[in-house]
Design a protein around this ligand. Sequence first.
Ligand code: ME8
Length: 660
Amino acid sequence: MSPRNPKFYLTTPIYYTNGLPHIGHTYTTVVADTIRRYKRMRGYEVVMTTGTDEHGVNVERAAKNAGVSETAFVAKMAAEWRALWDELGLTADEFVRTTDLHHVRTVQWLFRQCRENGYVYKGHYTGQYCIYDNAFVNDAKPGDNCPDCGRPTETVTEENYFFKLSAFQKPLLDFYKKHPEFIQPESRRNEIVSFVEGGLKDLSITRTTIRWGIPVPGEEPHVFYVWFDALTAYLSAVGGPEFDKRGMWPADLHLVGKDIIRFHTVYWPAFLMAAMLPVPKQVWAHGWFLMDAAKMSKSKGNVVLPRPIANMLGMDALRYFLLREVVFGQDGNFSYDALVTRYNSDLANGLGNLASRTVALIEKNFSGKIPKATERKPQDEALAKEVQAAIGEALEGFENLSFARALETIWGVIASADKYLTTEQPWALGHSAEEQSRKATVLWTTAELLRIVTVLAHPVMPASTAKVWSLLALPGSVEAVELDGLRWGQLTPGKQLGPAQPLFPRVDKNEAIERMEAMANEELNPAPATQTAKAGATPAGAAAVSPTSPEKISIEDFAKVEMRVGQIKTAERIMGADKLLKLTVDIGTEIRQICAGIAQYYEPEKLIGRKVAVVVNLAPRKLRGVESNGMVIAAAVGPEGRPVLAGFPDEDVEVGARLK
Ligand code: ME8
């Protein structure tokens, strides 16, 4: 990309590793990915960062419960977060782990800058501390619960290093005034301004009661307060102390949920001001996705997981739903019912139907070649005008992060196309030259409309719009289209359409919901066989597993798992799934199709003939749309959880032999 391209640096929060991603985390990451794609189509050089927040008491405790070291615990969790983002097509450009050496050094460097500039001093602090939110609770008394999560606080006294937050009241208020766009949406800005106007207390930024944290150099046993550590990840992702070299800092946009806005709009700019570093341009705090009117949490049992939805309806459907259903910034309720209803009405009957109808009509009447529009009637001109106006509106929507509005505009165009076809009835026209020419105009107009819809919807629905793009045999790839040059009338006639591809097959609502719920249950409460053994053996089938389960299983439970020696017959990569291989495995009694998350470490050709350990009585499931009937066992090795297949190198074991 040429150096003249403007840069855009955006981030999601660095998520905690004591749980696995649910729809709430997926929402922020989907928004970030959509903005990233949109900005690229507008000519920006974009970097998107996400990552994992791996320090603090919670991790210390979770690792202890799981009987593993903190290092092993976070390595495994980070690998699972990363793998899920990859599986969902949400791979960021930078993934920061707060245990990365480069990040550790950046945090220590930032502290030094603040200290050298006179904003750090040593003191004592006694207060009520919420170990779940990793924060002292201001004004709480012993016995009080945390106002954010409702759980009991603990009284903690420590010798700490303090950050002179109080010195930043005026600089922050001046900054908010000068940059009213810094905190979005407006309502949140008012909230923060009044909070800061109410006075700022100095903030303790080191801890001695916690062991699992980044050490303060020369001041052991002090470790950094998790928020001083975590926020700095945004800077370490793009160069840390050497951020100038990469040219991405300051961040253009921090996307966060409303729960963590204060950390991002008060503490973070203050830390940066103290270190004399540039401050981010904008923090956008969106609302929460609620389930049964409550914030999702695993302990309440109301979490919704992304993978079952992606497997059942496709990731594009989930992306569309998340962005269309709720006005960005507000809370919204998640329901499977609403999800499937939108899928059937907007995607199967809407975009999917328009694409298949257009293609079928062009196939039938023009042997699959895009016809040439000849004489245009007022209704054709009117539609063209409407679409041209919609381009501007949709882009404005994306620009302001009004995703629901942008999508409403785009889907308004789809509805107009349906109406246009119903009135013009190209299928009812005959074969006279005049009727043939009318048909050509109507179908060119519809195909052109479909092209524009495809481009506009691309940032939200990357996979399906790429399919429509090849269906319309358009040149290059849809993500390379420059949005600034998008106009009505650019569709070239004469091209042969590409092969038909299913986009959004209609689903039966009840059946789809049942299946998604069953998959979610399986993922949240995995059968014993799919839980991680403490030695580190992990299923290679990429299932999310709970590393924290302390229970032991009985021999009867173990006996429920049927494992056999299998022999790999074929192995191939799966389009669009970087990590998965599709295997066929001879298990003695039959040949099974099994997906395994080993593609980044094993060449498919080299696997043929290899004997592996297979769980054969696992319920079949779909991974990236491909049925997997069983599971190949692998060990998870190193910090990334590199899979190493369990095998039988020394003995000539018979295929189908039982493991016991
Ligand atoms: O707070 N609806 O991590 P976290 C919408 N590590 N968004 C939701 C959501 C919901 N129900 N639940 C979670 C942390 N989110 C810190 C961040 S950043 C330097 C450190 C999203 O794992 C939303 O973006 O608790 C929220 O702010 C974030 O996940 C919290 O993730």
